[in-house]
Design a protein around this ligand. Structure first.
Ligand code: 7TS
Length: 440
């Protein structure tokens, strides 16, 4: 991925990539209405009524709904194939181990990692970041060093670094956020120095939807010798990710945001770094040998996977990745970009509505504030019309502080959302206005 490409909107990027390609490629287009209808039928939750209305699920930033294929795969695993992994010599365990290992290769392929040995299963993005902050943080950081994060981070990519700095004497430094919700790249460049040991940066802001120019920022950070972790919780579900092209050292994401089950996530790490890192947790499955005097540790990724893993959830993640891959990440990105533009146009004209986060490069996350109603009231009234949005600080309190609001209402879209649902959102916001101001 070239630097200038990374700076462009995803949709333009994809269209250009197709047009400029020397070998003929299938034209990448957003999903058609008929395709979205058929996709929606794959998600049983979406067909229900809430408070007497068909559900409009717009909290995909928090977690995504599950396709039947994921539910079925996990049910089949539990009903027919369940056994522990890595330990049993009997057939069930051998088969479960094979299915489990296959998902590791699948994830490596999904991220274009060089090897499945670079894929560590964790409980989610939060645990993946804690793992790096603890394990790498403890051996790499010393007083005088700096950990650089951004003002857009989710608490999961703030607190573990704060704690790592407290343990080691390093200093946490923050890249400021501009008024449109993008990062101040000039200040970023000025902050980089040989003291910068780690850059921990979100790919996409969960609170505002800003897509950071990560490839360019990774290159700049590498130029001063920093290790770069990308929090991909809001990246991996919405665009294709190539960790080798990005050249990030670590990339973390959660299964439950990419249409898979809760309880499992992924840490990608360059093998030469993983190999130098001490364990994060210790116990079974991560050792080579144990005596009361001395334990030797297994090589990565086993070194970082102490205890019985979330076996069925890993299998479910495999089914989820099959599902999104079959839809196509490029088509998902284009479909969601179309929804973003449509929803932004529809909401921008509403009286008293302040859109927070207007960067030119955004994913389909619309965070807004109404000058006549608290976000929690907005959320509650929208719910009465069957519209589910998140209201709160989105575990990104510094972002709220930056924009001087206590909270926002956030509509976050998936490729299974529709134009009709945007209309439902707009009319439910109209209802909030009617209740709070008496005007229509
Ligand atoms: N990083 C980002 C950017 C996130 O959006 C989230 C979760 C996390 C880390 C933590 O992921 P977890 O799976 O380990 O919990 N974000 C949200 C959200 O926006 N609303 O609920 C959870």
């Amino acid at each position: 991925m070239s630097l200038s490409k990374e700076m462009k909107p995803v949709a333009v990027d994809l269209v250009e990539a197709v047009q400029m390609s020397a070998t003929p490629q299938p034209i990448v287009s957003p999903l058609s209405e008929a395709e979205v209808r058929s996709i929606r039928a794959d998600f049983p939750v979406l067909s229900q009524q809430v408070n007497g209305y068909p559900l409009v699920y717009l909290d995909n930033g928090a977690t995504t709904q599950k396709p039947q294929a994921v539910i079925d795969r996990m049910t089949r695993f539990y009903s027919e194939e369940y056994g522990t992994v890595r330990r049993g010599v009997y057939a069930l365990s051998a088969k479960a181990t094979e299915a489990f290992d296959q998902v590791r290769s699948q994830v490596a392929q999904f991220l274009n990692a060089a090897s499945e040995k670079e894929i560590v299963f964790t409980r989610g993005t939060t645990e993946a970041i804690n793992l790096v902050a603890f394990s790498l943080g403890n051996v790499l950081l010393k007083p005088g060093d700096q950990v650089l994060i951004s003002g857009l981070e989710h608490h999961a990519n703030i607190v573990p670094w704060q704690e790592a700095c407290a343990r080691t004497g390093a200093t946490l430094v923050v890249i400021p956020v501009l008024d449109d919700g993008s990062l101040d790249q000039t200040v970023f460049e000025g902050l980089l120095s040989p003291q910068t040991k780690i850059l921990a940066l979100t790919h996409v802001s969960n609170a505002l939807g800003t897509v950071n120019p990560v490839a360019e920022m990774i290159e700049r950070a590498h130029a001063v010798g920093a290790v770069v972790l990308i929090d991909g919780a809001q990246g991996a579900p919405h665009m294709s990710v190539d960790v080798q092209a990005l050249d990030c050292d670590f990339y973390a994401f959660s299964s439950h945001k990419v249409y898979g089950p809760t309880g499992v996530g992924v840490l990608y790490g360059k093998y030469n770094l993983l190999e130098q890192m001490p364990p994060y947790q210790t116990g079974g499955d991560m050792i080579l040998s144990v005596t009361f005097e001395k334990t030797t540790f297994a090589k990565p990724p086993a070194r970082f996977e102490a205890g019985t893993p979330a076996i069925a959830e890993v299998i479910g993640l495999g089914a989820a990745l099959d599902y999104v891959t079959s839809v196509g990440l490029d088509r998902i990105a284009l479909t969601e970009e179309k929804l973003r533009q449509e929803a932004t146009d529809a909401l921008s004209g509403l009286p008293g509505l302040r859109m927070i986060g207007t960067a030119s490069q955004k994913s389909a996350v619309l965070s807004f504030y109404l000058d006549y109603a608290h976000p929690h009231d907005i959320g509650t009234i929208l719910d009465q019309s069957g519209v589910a949005v998140r209201a709160g600080h989105h575990c990104a309190q510094p972002v709220m502080q930056r924009f001087g609001v206590p909270a926002t209402a956030r509509a976050s879209f998936s490729f299974y959302n529709t134009s009709d649902e945007i209309t439902r959102l707009v009319s439910a916001i109209g209802e909030v206005r009617r209740i709070f101001t008496g005007s229509v």
